[in-house]
Design a protein around this ligand. Sequence first.
Ligand SMILES: *Cc1c(COP(=O)(O)O)cnc(C)c1O
Length: 391
Amino acid sequence: MTTLQGAGPASRRVLLSPPDVGPLEESYLIAALRSGWVAPAGPDLQAFEREIAERVGTTGALAVSSGTAALHLALLGVGVGPGDVVLVPTLTFVATANAVRYIGARPVFVDCDPQTGNVDVQLVAALIERLRSRGERVGAVVPVDMFGSCADYDALVPLCVDAEVPLVEDAAEALGASYQGRAAGSFGRVGALSFNGNKIMTTSGGGMLVSDDAALLARARHLSTQAREPTPHYEHRETGYNYRLSNLLAALGRAQLVRLDGMIARRRQLRDRYAKLFAPVPGVRLLGAEDTGSNCWLTVITVERERCGWRADDLAAHLSERDIETRPVWKPMHLQPVHAGAESLLTGAAERLFADGLTLPSGSALSEPQVGRVLAAIDEFLTLGAGGPAA
Ligand SMILES: *Cc1c(COP(=O)(O)O)cnc(C)c1O
């Protein structure tokens, strides 16, 4: 479809996951502008919440200014407090851990399953026990649906129920994904979604809490609007936040939601083409390739140098020279200076994925000529470069 992305240098460079917006988004935005409901609240905001809740299968939703804000309010909503420990995958974007810190709670990092990149459930169980035996209060477990693939909820949900620890689902990357027929975002007491510019759909910046817990959402709504009391003057009894999404951006989100399934299908098609290209290459596999419920947000390959003769870095350099963006997978939180000193339970799986993984251009807005360029460049690398730059 036609996109609104400008011409110029940006159109030559193939980006990892650029926003995918076109005439439908334009018409929704203009209609919202003309309606006079610019900000903050308005009918598009309410409708967007309803539509997302319907899509995820929860009874309610709260639209906020970012996925990070959604995580922050979700953690507050399940009662995480200062001094609590919260279990967070070490393989994630920093926002998951930062939201814990905002509250004065401590993230404890858990390693991942090497096949999927999702949190290792055995470690979660062991860690809850270890922390409790030391007298710590475990405020929440926050699985992340990595790169659009749901965590192992068959194991995680009963584990959290038995341990009586709230499950907060970080589904920032996973809108539209499913697990055993159930939608991503719906597995915890509350889920957090992101509509950042690089996500599966975007409001240019935004997020959403999804939950069946009406009281939790009402409280989060109150906190998201500066905890203003319902009085004619400005009355505040506690410290709130300015986290509400604007009506204009909700209109953008509604247009994106109409197109979500098409955008997922496009990303899946891209993933299938990468899978075909790499199938004959020994030592290269697609992370989480077996998951048919994935929304295919980002396609990640892992590269075993011993088997294929080259490293993920070599392919990244080859593509970069051809103006094609790639990126390593998330640098694990236990290696991040900002979270140095945090406790963790590790197997080395996340560090190996960080070393051997590569995220390939996956955006639904990539044009057919752009995709052709990427595939040809990889093909060239595999044909000419395989066996590779001498070690
Ligand atoms: C993108 C992302 C977030 C944060 O979302 P923002 O909207 O950028 O604040 C949180 N967690 C994960 C796993 C993400 O990928």
